[in-house]
Design a protein around this ligand. Sequence first.
Ligand code: ADP
Length: 373
Amino acid sequence: MIEVKNVTKKYGNFYAVRNINFEVRDGEIVGFLGRNGAGKSTTMNMITGFIEPTEGDIIVDGYDIERKPKKVKKLIGYMPEGTPLYSDLTVKEFVSYMADLKLIPKKEKKEAVKKAIEETGLEKVQNNLTRNLSRGYKQRASMAGAIVGDPKILILDEPTVGLDPKQVIEIRELIKSFRKNHTVLISSHILSEISQLCEKVIIIDKGEIVAVDSTKHLEDNATDNITLNVVVDDINNKFLSIKNEISEIKEIKLLNENEDKTKEYLIETNSNNDIRKQIFSICAKSDITILEMKKVETSLEDAFIKLVENRPEYSQKEIKKMQYEKEIEELREEEQAKKEEKANKKQAKKEEKARKKAEKENKKEAKKGEEDK
Ligand code: ADP
């Protein structure tokens, strides 16, 4: 399990990520989605211990990465962005070197390297220099370096970037095969990649987490308004006028005029009412034949756009101001707590003094009583 708690990374005064929180549970395949520059690589580099957070904690399988970096590094297989391979090494040497970095014991190393090469389908090119590999094979070699030693957790940063469609499919299949017994976090700016591979998605934008949800739930909630795709036979060109009769219709767009004179329209509505019955009935009266009518399914892309497009964009100056105000508030709270502590101490001292005084008086009384007897 990966726990990211209140993590911030600043470069100078710039917030690359700001107070992010999320969890990746054991056995989950989670997509880390965001536009370029959103903060994905920065976050992944912090989880793998390559860079330190400015603030916050990262716990991997119960170990705090700051306190137990070696333990955490052993648990994680990391495939960084851009396949940085050592070009003078062969595939086998590279994977073997990665095994050394992960401190895999000598007697287990040979078998571990062999297994990683087999699992990534690199047997045939294992003695080739990595610099001579095709882009797809380079990606595989990088993946082999990540999986050697069978780490529990895999962190894959943009694993299919720069590949041709066939290679993309191959790498995706490879990732799918790790699903069974690994926890995987995959970053991508490509939505289809995430929706094909992951059940859960974390969306990051401008250094902040904007959603953590199941892919399906995000898609289902992407839009409340129904959109319809309709193909009609409408010789008298009357279809556009149905907009005047159904108040829920926001816009009708002509998508296609087919060779057989049929037309394809997109109807955008401003409600979640199903207006298909009304459309049928109006068309029947207006001599328009509906050849096809279907609801347009929303995609993860819609969800993503909806989540990130209207987010307020704080300037770095505003962020600094908010941070400053937060710090002032914390100082105030600290000051108040000190004052209260001082007052409590004073009160306790006063009570102690009164108690001692009463004790003394009691003793005095008791002594006097003794003497009187
Ligand atoms: P992503 O992986 O989502 O494309 P990054 O995590 O690489 O985004 O970058 C997040 C932001 O932090 C970007 O604006 C980037 O320019 C900035 N950034 C990343 N690394 C550094 C660095 N070493 N120094 C200064 N700014 C950086």
